[in-house]
Design a protein around this ligand. Structure first.
Ligand SMILES: Cc1cc2nc3c(=O)[nH]c(=O)nc-3n(C[C@H](O)[C@H](O)[C@H](O)COP(=O)(O)O)c2cc1C
Length: 358
């Protein structure tokens, strides 16, 4: 006779409640800081992170972040007000530090009572961080290395995001696996949120156990039901494997290309040809170095909008992280969040089982 199977411990409601409270404990610093139920930020995505997606994420217990991108202050004020009309829960606003009207954008956020401002696209200045804090909001910055994390803390930053090169969009050169080991053991003054390549709750749990206060995801939410991204953009996400989300290639070190991770398509292939042709024109004396650099930088102008809004996924920039391979259907935001939480709870119960029974 075969022994009856022991009941699956992950289905035991008492065990789940116990694991959930341990998870809440691990996330407590993050949820306190964000004012949300879960320490899960949805990273801002230009054109994607607008009122509908951001409010859906905050309403589902996560923390949505509006992408300001190149918006002018008046347009940002409108988007913040529209988001506030859709949720009474906290959400953040992501500002790009090189925006020519950064100070005005900060003022718009403060006047609207935005609780958290995320500063992306470089190390922000001390006065900008001060202005945010003196206005009553919290300032969040990106730390691509330990020295920069320490510098941001000296400048008064309230929390950090460490984003690995697995992420979608503009990326640094170092993976989250390495950044987390470099930074998490040494930074205790402020909460640190991990980002890049995260698609499952058990993986997020492993970073919480290393000392992270929470996690930031982008790619999975870009393909959610509430995302306004074009159907063809979402379909491209459903079809793609991790290996399809590649970083843009730089052809010549004299002409730097900021690495952007996205799905390879006709646009990424033409970008290489465009660089080669620009290089040829520079070498033939037809273009100055500055003109050649600008020509390369302008190649992608407007291309994220073309992919996200117009659905041109062949020529546009289909920014996506390597976690794109884990997306198998267009799920509502609340389902994605619940799934991540459930996977973390399952993992905690299994850990405890291993500790009990070996
Ligand atoms: C389509 C897309 C657009 C993005 N745009 C921005 C942006 O405007 N500003 C920013 O700080 N990060 C941007 N990101 C990065 C996300 O905020 C987030 O940090 C990243 O997606 C997390 O990694 P994951 O893609 O592996 O989940 C973008 C990512 C994607 C996929």
């Amino acid at each position: 006779m075969t022994a009856p199977h022991a009941a699956d411990p992950t289905t035991d409601p008492a065990r789940r409640a116990e694991a959930r409270s341990r998870l809440d404990h691990l996330c407590a610093r993050g949820t306190r800081f964000l004012g949300s139920e879960y320490a899960l930020l949805a990273g801002a995505m230009s054109w994607v992170s607008e009122r509908n997606l951001v409010s859906a994420i905050s309403n589902a217990g996560g923390f949505g972040v509006l992408a300001c991108g190149a918006m002018e202050p008046e347009r940002l004020a409108e988007e913040i007000a529209a988001t506030q009309a859709l949720t009474s829960r906290p959400f953040g606003v992501n500002l790009i530090t090189m925006h020519p009207r950064l100070d005005d954008l900060v003022r718009v956020c403060l006047d609207a009572g935005v609780s958290h401002v995320v500063l992306a696209g470089g190390i922000p200045s001390g006065p900008v961080i001060r202005a945010i804090k003196e206005g009553g909001a919290k300032a969040i910055g990106f730390a691509p290395a330990l020295v920069l994390a320490k510098r941001l803390i000296r400048l008064g930053i309230d929390a950090l995001v460490i984003e690995g090169s697995e992420a979608g969009g503009h990326v640094g050169p170092v993976s989250l696996t390495v950044l987390a080991q470099e930074i998490l053991p040494h930074i205790h003054d402020v909460p640190v949120f991990v980002a890049g390549g995260l698609g499952r709750g058990d993986a997020i749990l492993s970073y919480l156990e290393l000392g992270a206060s929470g996690a930031q995801l982008g790619t999975r939410f870009a393909a959610s039901r509430e995302s306004i991204a074009h159907e063809r953009f979402k379909k491209a996400f459903l079809r793609a494997n991790a290996r399809d989300a590649v970083t843009s290639v730089q052809l010549d070190e004299r002409f730097p290309v900021i690495p952007v991770r996205g799905l390879s398509n006709a646009g990424t292939r033409r970008f290489l040809e465009h660089q080669a042709e620009t290089l040829r024109r520079f070498q033939a004396g037809e273009l100055t170095k500055e003109a050649a650099q600008l020509d390369i930088e302008h190649f992608w102008a407007g291309s994220l909008r073309r992919a996200v809004i117009e659905g041109d996924v062949e020529n546009g920039s289909v920014m996506a992280g390597q976690s794109v391979g884990m997306i198998t259907s267009e799920q509502p935001v609340s389902e994605i969040i619940n799934e991540l939480v459930d996977q973390a709870i399952d993992a905690l119960i299994r850990q405890e089982e291993r500790a009990r029974h070996g």
